[in-house]
Write a protein that binds this ligand. Structure first.
Ligand SMILES: O=C(O)CCC(=O)C(=O)O
Ligand SMILES: [Fe+2]
Length: 368
């Protein structure tokens, strides 16, 4: 073994047995739901035990990416046993960003001995810092797609994760930190999150059934905002390109129609309870004035919109244009945040509905 690169003892899976089979625990679901998104998170995954590693004082593993063992291998899982040790933090790097997982530190607060686990994609560089004292014992697994059958949906069965995903805590702490910063959204504002997973938007007229189905990072964002006292709301986001792009959000599934003049999607969504959004372009153009009567809302996208949950709203385009057309609504999560110092003083959905302008005063683009 090249001790400049790696100094640790390792054992191949033929040489030992472990009662720990992550495939049979919630761990496999957590790994799938947090690491993968969209169609990929619906695929079944398989974990193949790769090695047992023992690091004693002075042992380390220099920065590297794991060699894919097969074409369908997409990442690795590392399980760290609760053997007492200092040092040996796992550093993960990607595109100039770094994450550190120091298992004994992370688990310092847990009363029962707990294992730490980290899953990452194949393109993540990682490194084990030298162990200072004690023994660091890990199992590594290769992550594969297993295309014989689709993944069992953990959340649809109503099971909650018995395992703590560190991401939850990390996300909540970051969010709390931001909200305490008076420069962050100083005057309050609206945060938007694109969803990373696929949900059955088609199944009902409103989106209420989806809250309980949120999984992985989507659930983390939703639960963290709720835990901090906010009222995150699911909406379908529609954007249409007219003279300028225009956008609106609505919290239910709705059909659209074309009156023969070209459908005014934004107007239709608004008249059904939707909210008009103020886009970047509007601030520069005259849109700001033109939207005034509609109380337009400006959304700051924290995570970009995704197209995983496109809801097609079809409409007939009239006799002269016999083809049915459609607009796409993309599912997203919206959270309204109060100004610095009064973060929890934000407009709720009930207040927004009450303050809705009674009359639609819109001059654009009709009178453009
Ligand atoms: O032991 C660890 O934490 C990581 C081991 C590793 O990176 C590997 O075996 O490729
Ligand atoms: Fe590795």
């Amino acid at each position: 073994m090249d001790e400049n690169y790696r100094k640790a003892r390792k054992m191949d899976p033929e040489c030992f047995a472990t009662p720990l089979v992550p495939d049979r625990t919630e761990m496999v679901n957590i790994v799938r739901d947090y690491l993968l998104e969209g169609e990929a998170s619906k695929r079944k995954i398989k974990l193949e035990l790769y090695k047992l590693n023992v690091y004693d004082k002075g042992s380390f593993f220099k920065p590297h990416v794991d060699t894919p063992r097969r074409e369908d291998m997409f990442g690795s899982l590392v399980i760290v046993f609760p053997t007492s040790h200092e040092g040996g933090a796992l550093h993960l790097r990607h595109r100039g960003e770094e994450w550190t997982f120091d298992s004994p530190l992370e688990l310092a607060g847990s009363r029962t001995p707990s294992i730490g686990y980290v899953a990452f994609f194949g393109d993540i560089e990682h490194e084990v810092a030298p162990v200072i004292s004690g023994h660091r014992v890990t199992l590594t697994y290769n992550l594969y797609f297993d295309d014989f059958g689709t993944a069992k949906d953990s959340t649809s069965e109503g099971s909650s994760y018995p395992l703590l995903a560190v991401n939850d805590r990390a996300f909540r702490m970051t969010l709390e930190g931001l909200l305490e910063n008076p420069e962050f959204l100083a005057d309050g504002g609206t945060l938007g999150f694109g969803l990373r997973h696929i949900y059955p938007v088609e199944d009902s007229e409103d989106l209420k059934h989806i809250y309980g189905l949120l999984k992985g990072i989507d659930a983390t964002v939703y639960q963290s905002l709720r835990a901090l006292g906010f009222e995150p709301v699911l909406y379908l986001y529609y954007e249409v390109e007219r003279i300028d792009p225009e956008a609106a959000i609505i919290d239910k599934v709705t059909e659209l129609y074309d009156d023969g003049q070209g459908p005014d999607i934004i107007e239709q969504l608004f008249s059904r309870g939707g909210l008009v959004l103020l886009l970047e372009d509007h601030e520069r153009s005259e849109g700001k004035v033109k939207y005034e009567g509609m109380n337009p809302e400006k959304v700051q996208w924290v995570t970009p919109l995704t197209e995983f949950n496109r809801r097609k709203s079809s409409y007939a385009t009239g006799e002269d244009r016999p083809f049915a057309n459609h607009e796409n609504g993309d599912l997203c999560l919206i959270a309204r945040i109060g100004k610095a110092g009064e973060r929890l003083d934000y407009p709720t959905v009930a207040q927004l509905q009450k303050e809705r302008p009674r009359i639609l005063t819109r001059y654009w683009p009709k009178d453009y």
